[in-house]
Design a protein around this ligand. Sequence first.
Ligand SMILES: Cc1cc2nc3c(=O)[nH]c(=O)nc-3n(C[C@H](O)[C@H](O)[C@H](O)COP(=O)(O)OP(=O)(O)OC[C@H]3O[C@@H](n4cnc5c(N)ncnc54)[C@H](O)[C@@H]3O)c2cc1C
Length: 413
Amino acid sequence: MSIDQGARIVIAGGGIAGLSLALALKQALGEEFAVVLADPALATAPRTDNRAYAVAAGGRAMLETLGVWEAVAATAQPMTEMIVSDSRTKDAVRPVFLTFDGEVEPGQAFAHMVENAALIAGLKSACERVGVELRPTGVRRFAAEDAGVDIVFSDGARAEAALLVAADGARSKLRERAGIGWVGWSYGQSGIVATIGHERPHHGRAVEHFLPSGPFAMLPLADGGRLGHRSSIVWTERTQNVPALLSLDSADLLAEIETRFGLELGEIALESAVSAHPLGFGVARRFVDRRLALLGDAAHLIHPIAGQGLNLGLKDVAALAETIVDAARLGLDPGSPDVLEDYEKARRFDTVAMGAMTDGLNRLFSNDATPLRLVRDLGLGLVDRLPGLKRFFIREAAGLAGAPPRLLRGEAL
Ligand SMILES: Cc1cc2nc3c(=O)[nH]c(=O)nc-3n(C[C@H](O)[C@H](O)[C@H](O)COP(=O)(O)OP(=O)(O)OC[C@H]3O[C@@H](n4cnc5c(N)ncnc54)[C@H](O)[C@@H]3O)c2cc1C
């Protein structure tokens, strides 16, 4: 077994959360501070995940500060408007209950649609440039002691670190291994994701139809594809219906999509493979343990109804990077209980609040009971008429409410 001396922080998981943290730490702390990121998926480029994310203004400011935004800017689509409607699947007219104009500040869109593959590629090459050690292996096990954490990778190599960050996704094995409990449930729903080409432009408008089986979101992507314009769909469907839908031939599947997508954008076509992701809710009982911090989906899993899952993870990155960098600059141990507690305090409340909000929204909207329809339509109509409340929601969703960490404000660490 080889032993790597001097690894200070080891991050398990090279999704967007893990890669962003590695980059933020290495950029701020430089050569003296070793940052290792391990993920078996690093060996399988390019990634094939067809998801696209609504990255909120705070996350975008962070990616800009980290020098990654320029790699995705050409294909990032600003969201200029968001429309919410409540209807049954076959309703020809879908009443609009809520509209948001998409600016947090004048000239600053509250979110940009960014494609997963472009963002992962941009983050990975930025990590390589600044000298993050990228290891195409998993973290198999670890043993934490007061003095440090001993990490064993799946190829048998070992490292000593001050801190291990578990960014290994919602089914985090590291969280399990640390004995950290998980409060969660499945929604019995899956998110069907695909890129759709269409004839007419979307003008940067995101549309979310609340249908009885769950929300159907049409999210604007940068122009391209065979028909000139593209959108990403997230179609929430009861999981039991998904295998039959995915086994349809492409013409029949497209017809099902068209029933939900509507005819406003003209002819539509499938521009990508269609994938389905089971949806659930979960929050870790603790975000930290001895020399361990949970990051991103390893700490929390929420329904994509408000497009906030990754945004929560980016807020974790901003908070954890700031806490570690400030401690390291003062010569403090970045894996000490005080530092980890600061991180947990910074993130716990926001995470639970957003989790409860998305869970409530999904329960309220994923059904067809008439009294519930009346209540929710009344609620949406009310929000629509109160500009102060709308501004609050927009700033909240953008990650700019309260006193955000420096990276979310676009300031370097
Ligand atoms: C249908 C759908 C639509 C969504 N839309 C949005 C949206 O619009 N906006 C938004 O903000 N969020 C959205 N989300 C949520 C978003 O996809 C997730 O929150 C985000 O991808 C989580 O990123 P992550 O880096 O925390 O974890 P992941 O992307 O899950 O990455 C975890 C990584 O850990 C690696 N790994 C696993 N085990 C180990 C190990 N032992 N050692 C090392 N590495 C390991 C894996 O290979 C993987 O690369 C959506 C989710 C779904 C399902």
